[in-house]
Ligand binder design. Structure first.
Ligand SMILES: C[S@@+](CC[C@H](N)C(=O)[O-])C[C@H]1O[C@@H](n2cnc3c(N)ncnc32)[C@H](O)[C@@H]1O
Length: 207
């Protein structure tokens, strides 16, 4: 499975946002939505071998992570508004279990942030920080089960970098320019698709 995570430093973790104001009052949830689309969607298809984790660090309800699984999620469309609505449904679900609460097929939420996610996935994947100062992707041998980590429009904090370094997370670079996160994900998808083509069982979508 290819996994992508984006840490949102400003997205409201209660999901109490106006779908017409994703880039403003919601806290740049538009960034998360574009990253979700690059991680999970093909044209007219869903990547059944991909997962996305939206990590919301902050206020007002503390950290939460939303998981979208390409193998199971239904009715994921390539527009930001409806994608934000799915995040909202997950963030506003009521639950009491300590870890993942499956809100809909392929859509789940948990009450932890980046470190909790890394602990949850420990042993199941290799975290890889996408960073212009890392190993050039051209000379990098990807692990079988990568988890690519990206920040939103704001850099990772010193504390986040320290936590990732403490876990020995490798850094991989797409070059010296800072790209938008969704563009960075598309480049990674292309790079991995060249090595192991998209399975022919990609799930069809309407658009
Ligand atoms: C829009 S960028 C973040 C920009 C933010 N101002 C910062 O300094 O982190 C979003 C994410 O895309 C990834 N990214 C962008 N350009 C990259 C590059 N050249 N190589 C590797 N990752 C890159 C990084 O993971 C980054 O956190």
């Amino acid at each position: 499975v290819r996994r992508f995570a984006t840490v949102s430093h400003t997205g409201r973790s209660d999901g109490a946002w106006n779908l017409n104001d994703l880039a403003g009052g919601a806290g740049r949830v538009d960034v998360l939505c574009r990253n979700i689309q690059s991680a999970l969607l093909l044209s007219h298809g869903l990547r059944a071998d991909a997962e996305f984790y939206a990590v919301l660090t902050g206020p007002p309800q503390g950290p939460k992570t939303v998981r979208l699984q390409g193998s199971a999620i239904q009715m994921l469309h390539p527009d930001e508004r409806s994608t934000a609505a799915r995040l909202q449904q997950a963030l506003q679900a009521a639950w009491s279990v300590p870890d993942w609460k499956e809100v809909q097929r392929g859509l789940a939420v948990a009450r932890f942030g980046l470190e909790g996610l890394l602990d949850d996935l420990k042993g199941r994947c290799t975290p890889v920080l996408l960073d212009p100062k890392g190993t050039p992707i051209e000379s990098w041998d990807p692990p079988k089960e990568p988890l690519f980590l990206l920040s939103d429009h704001i850099p990772f904090t010193e504390a986040e970098y320290a936590a990732l370094d403490a876990k020995g997370v490798q850094r991989v670079s797409l070059g010296p320019h800072w790209y938008h996160g969704n563009h960075a994900i598309s480049v990674v998808q292309w790079f991995l698709d060249k090595r192991s083509p998209v399975p022919s069982d990609a799930r069809p979508t309407t658009s």
